[in-house]
Design a protein around this ligand. Structure first.
Ligand SMILES: Nc1ncnc2c1ncn2[C@@H]1O[C@H](COP(=O)(O)OP(=O)(O)OP(=O)(O)O)[C@@H](O)[C@H]1O
Ligand SMILES: [Mg+2]
Length: 344
């Protein structure tokens, strides 16, 4: 994925004004127009950028800065998505294990002693009050941020950096505005050593899977919110991940599109069955999608309850809502959220 990759990058300030960054250890860095900067951090593509200037957020261990950079940064970003080449074997290769995970920001722990195991091919949704550390946890699992202590493993691998078999889908679609749907989806695969035909096959297949066939040549500005999120999903699917991590992917679309996307994800997942960790604020969405719902509590973030969803698959959004277990489950998750610190 493009967003949130940790890497060194060479940036050029092509804007007309100087830009202040906060670099490593909180040191301020100033770049004047035309300056070249070599920075290490995580790149967040800001989609409000216009077509000629890309704005990149650099996140360096909690320090953030912003820079206006030239389009040449595209190639630097492309370099960030090289997979680490890791391929694991065995039937636990998609298993996620979080053991005794702690994360501090400043003096207070945001996540404390969090333990969670997600089985290979299991679909788990996390719900929890705003600020309880859901995104922080997902970023740690994705290898985009470090835990201060504890261990994350995916399959046999201890996570210390993004893994090749893990895809991330963010709420912001993360599409390059000047690239077509095809080229946005293809980007993570370029440089992965695929021959041209295989690359084309995988990109087209992923685009068709999410229902965007025919829109390959469109630019993001020509897509609706739902289509943008489908393109983001296609980009994740194209890398054929064993694990897919999704942070409120449907939060930015309208209620009807959201239900349609939920149904599409149910269908896709029943065909491909990757291990899925899906963060949502919607209890209905969690019950619809998950085998198990994890309720996180706040201050510090921790697992307060794990609730199995006993609704059989294949599911449709409608069949889940009609199921006799649905209403009691909803009540139970609400109760758990209230007890966990959700303002009521
Ligand atoms: N880089 C950072 N520096 C300092 N504090 C941070 C940083 N990232 C997150 N936090 C803090 O950590 C806490 C957890 O943030 P996080 O984004 O993980 O919450 P969340 O559960 O995803 O919330 P939401 O449901 O609103 O998305 C918050 O108090 C947030 O302010
Ligand atoms: Mg969040």
């Amino acid at each position: 994925m493009l967003n949130g990759q940790r890497s060194a990058c060479n940036l050029q300030n092509s804007g007309a004004v100087g830009v202040d960054f906060i670099g490593g250890k909180g040191r301020p860095v100033r770049s004047e127009p035309g300056d070249a900067l070599a920075l290490t951090g995580e790149v967040m593509v800001n989609l409000q950028a216009n077509l000629t200037v890309l704005i990149v957020w650099l996140v360096d261990r909690g320090q953030t800065g912003r820079g206006v950079v030239s389009m040449t940064t595209e190639s630097a970003i492309q370099g960030l998505v090289q997979p680490d080449g890791a391929t694991s074997t065995g039937n636990n290769r998609g298993e996620i294990r979080c053991q005794n995970v702690y994360k501090w920001f400043g003096d207070a722990p945001v996540i404390a002693d969090l333990n969670l195991t997600i089985a290979h091919n299991e679909f788990v949704c996390i719900v929890g009050p705003s600020g309880c550390g859901k995104t922080t946890l997902l970023r740690i699992v994705a290898g985009l941020a470090d835990a201060d202590s504890g261990t994350i493993t995916i399959g046999e691998k201890v996570v210390t950096a993004p893994l090749a078999n893990v895809a991330v889908v963010f709420q912001s679609f993360g599409l390059f505005p000047w690239k077509t749907v095809y080229n946005n989806v293809a980007l993570p695969l370029r440089g992965a050593g695929l021959d041209k035909r295989e690359l084309e096959r995988r990109v087209k297949e992923a685009i068709a899977l999410v229902g965007l066939a025919g829109s390959e040549d469109r630019y993001p500005a020509q897509l609706s919110g739902g289509m943008k999120q489908r393109a983001g999903l296609a980009r994740a699917l194209a890398i054929q991940p064993e694990v897919i991590l999704l942070d409120e992917p449907f939060a930015a679309v309208d209620a009807q599109t959201r239900e349609i996307l939920q149904q599409e994800l149910l269908d896709l997942w029943s065909r491909y069955q990757q291990t899925a960790l899906f963060i949502t604020h919607s209890i209905d969405e969690a019950i619809t999608l998950a085998d198990r719902v994890i309720v996180m509590g706040t201050k510090p973030g921790r697992v307060v309850e794990e609730i199995v969803v006993p609704i059989p698959r294949p599911r449709t959004v409608a069949s889940v809502r009609r199921h006799e277990a649905y209403a009691p489950l909803r009540e139970r998750i609400w109760d758990s959220l209230r007890a966990s610190g959700l303002p009521t």
